[in-house]
Design a protein around this ligand. Sequence first.
Ligand code: NAI
Ligand code: MG
Length: 377
Amino acid sequence: MYNIALIPGDGIGPEVIREGKRIIDFASELNNVQINWVEFPFGAEHYLKKGELLPDSVLEEIKGMDAIYLGAVGDPQVKPGILEKEILLKIRFSLDQYINLRPIRLLQGIESPLRNKTFKNINFYVVRENTEDFYIGTGSSFKGKEYHSDHVIKRNLFQSNIQIDFQLDGEEEIGYQLGLLTRKGSDRIIRYAFELAEKKGLSKVSTVDKANVLSDMYGLWRRVFKDVSRDFPDISTDYYYVDAMTMLMVTNPERFQIVVTPNMFGDIITDLGAAIQGGIGIAASANINPEGISMFEPIHGSAPDIKNQGKANPIAAILAGAMMLDSLGETKIASTIENVTQEVLKEGKIKPIEFGGKASTSEIGDGIIKKLKKLLN
Ligand code: NAI
Ligand code: MG
């Protein structure tokens, strides 16, 4: 039995999570596994009603559970940034979910915007570092005169203090943002990428960085990549600069198996990945702490424009659920859900509205459950 924190969130979050949850329940029961869902109301509606975001006491409670399954948060009535910072980022940072795992896989029955590319060409993982780089939350912008600041860098593996002095003329205005990588932070994510290659029976790990121009920070990254790769002699490696990577993801996506990359480049190339895999409604992701509690979610947001219309595609949420089961060690249940979802799309009778079809959110869920039931006979 597993205890899962369930945060459906806002907009289409609850609609897609409902489908994910019943498919997880059904497939788990088939395998005599029981899920105990502990539901939390956090999101825009709860915040507007109660003024509460994500209390520390709940975060403590979640630390005793097995995983988090999240829909999406965000609502036009709440100023952008509040829910993201106080719910999503709070979970990611306080649970030290240092890996963002993004499968980029074109399913059969889904068309890629890339001409002549099929499921045979687009099938790789992006392993994005999730805590460092330009996302340590350290920067400022200001105008005129002398400026002095103390930054305490909290969002990484060590706490350090940096002082910056600027002397500007008159009306000069500047903004800056600090990027920072540590050997420890790079080592643990790169090692995870190589271990994932072993676990999935893959033969190559590629690094994507910008070590040629931003050579201090990403030069460290590459040195760590080389060091870690020596511990995995059976896995080959290659090296890409992020600008070239964006071209290759469009022209030669078949080249990649596992891609490991620092935070900001990962942010950018995973959206490109979602596009080449056919659409936002099928892209799933995981925020992982292998030694702690991980969170699984579709990459899309709360899509207020299609809320309560039955138009949301639940497949991203369903596949995020499969990733959750996989990480809990329930690999058989996970692959059953993935295979059945793939079968339903390949058949083509149930086509999501997102792809010009007619199938509503719950009809897609129904179709998957129906196929799961057939496995029983
Ligand atoms: P979005 O991902 O919610 O929507 C972008 C477009 O994709 C919309 O046209 C939407 O209708 C469509 N779409 C999204 N998911 C879909 C699905 N499952 N099926 C069919 N169509 C789908 O991004 P947007 O509009 O920029 O943000 C809306 C809200 O969501 C904002 O408040 C934003 O802050 C929040 N957000 C939350 C995230 C999270 O909770 N992890 C991630 C991204 C955005
Ligand atoms: Mg993004």
